[in-house]
Design a protein around this ligand. Structure first.
Ligand SMILES: [Mg+2]
Length: 381
């Protein structure tokens, strides 16, 4: 019987040759629109799972020569960015990456949470608001604001975002929420609680405050350096910087990534991460959205509690840290917002912000029905 996990040397070398060609084409200005996903779709039916894994590993590692990391960032950015022609989940055959719709299995989720305290953690861009060309105009709808407001009435709720708190607060405008900005490096509590109607937002945690002068210095250098790339935008998110690729032509992505990387050569205490059409520069400390989630659970008094059911909803690679924390704790659920299946630690999916709004509304309806049921039962006693 043929062992599908062992490849003949000639097949292996053929695949390596194909991958090398794919990497070259994907970087080539001659084929600005060429992307790895399109080639993967063409080759998928000719390759078994093990061969596909080898290919993905090589793509992740890059070509093993100079520029490999930039290639890897660009490929990841393409993979995590919405494609121009958006396939729906049903159009894709990546069945191992499919996650059930949190709307379709809503009752199952509620069953899992029975007897536990639900806490909601919500990313902002791409989750509560659509991804738009100008990040300054990523407004959420009034319907979404109402849904988040109602959620916060029934469950402790936190916004966990890469944006700085002031900016995301201007979008959300709900004082009763917790906010974890700058990828969780700036955590503040509500200014409006049941006990105190109004007040100053309490700083709960800022693990990277000593990096502020460096971040501001690097922002100026980046703005200067990226001027030559049309559409490039640098956003200061207080404890981290975002270089947006949303309005940059795809053929210039490699050049822009190289420029960003070159700036960081002089700042070893900063590191680069990538998201949806964005490269982010942040302090090289062990802190991310997952750590922020754990910190907030501790702050709310649920560090070791088994009676808590956190629900984290996010669309970005940076949200994977939080999904992973929940998976490792065996508590709550992660919900990925994505129209296409992709590698994720989340257990469920929603397609876009409008589905997130529906999910939040159903959670509120469920909670209200429980409250009404309890009232009726109490009256009967
Ligand atoms: Mg997001």
């Amino acid at each position: 019987m043929m062992n599908h996990n062992v490849m003949a040397p000639d097949l292996k070398s053929q695949i390596n040759a194909v991958i090398t060609a794919m990497l070259w084409i994907s970087n080539s200005p001659v084929f600005p629109g060429a992307g790895i996903p399109e080639f993967m779709a063409l080759l998928r039916e000719f390759l078994g799972k093990s061969q596909k894994k080898l290919m993905m590993k090589r793509l992740k590692d890059g070509d093993g020569k100079g520029g490999a990391k930039v290639t890897s960032w660009i490929d990841s950015m393409r993979a995590s960015s919405p494609p121009r022609v958006r396939p729906t989940i049903h159009d894709c055959d990546n069945s191992d990456l499919l996650r059930p719709s949190a709307l379709n299995v809503f009752d199952q989720i509620i069953y899992k949470s029975r007897g536990k305290k639900i806490i909601t953690f919500l990313d902002y861009d791409g989750t509560l608001s659509p991804i738009v060309a100008d990040p300054e105009k990523a407004f959420m709808t009034e319907k979404m604001r109402e849904a988040v407001k109602n959620i916060a009435r029934h469950f402790p709720t936190a916004i966990v975002t890469g944006r700085c708190i002031d900016k995301v607060y201007n979008f959300v405008r709900l004082a009763e929420l917790y906010y974890a900005g700058s990828h969780g490096m700036d955590i503040k509590g509500p200014t409006k609680t049941r006990n105190s109607k109004k007040g100053k937002r309490a700083v709960l945690f800022q693990p990277a405050s000593q990096f502020l002068p460096t971040i501001n210095e690097v922002e100026k250098i980046l703005v200067e350096k990226t001027k030559s790339v049309p559409g490039a935008m640098v956003e200061n998110n207080k404890f981290c910087l975002s270089v947006h690729f949303r309005c940059v032509e795809e053929k210039s992505w490699g050049a822009l990534a190289e420029q960003v990387k070159s700036v960081l050569n002089d700042y070893p205490k900063l590191r680069l991460t990538q998201g949806r059409k964005v490269l982010e520069i942040r302090p090289n400390i062990k802190w991310d959205k997952g750590k922020a989630l754990e910190f907030l659970l501790r702050s709310l008094g649920y560090a070791k509690s088994q009676d808590v059911f956190p629900i984290y909803i996010g669309d970005d690679r940076t949200d994977e840290d939080a999904f992973k924390v929940l998976r490792n704790r065996g508590q709550g659920i992660g919900i990925l917002v994505s129209k296409v299946p992709r590698e994720t630690e989340a257990s469920y999916s929603l397609q876009d912000p409008s589905e997130v709004e529906q999910f939040l509304r159903r959670l509120v309806e469920y909670k209200r029905s429980r409250v009404n049921l309890t009232s009726v039962e109490t009256c009967r006693l």
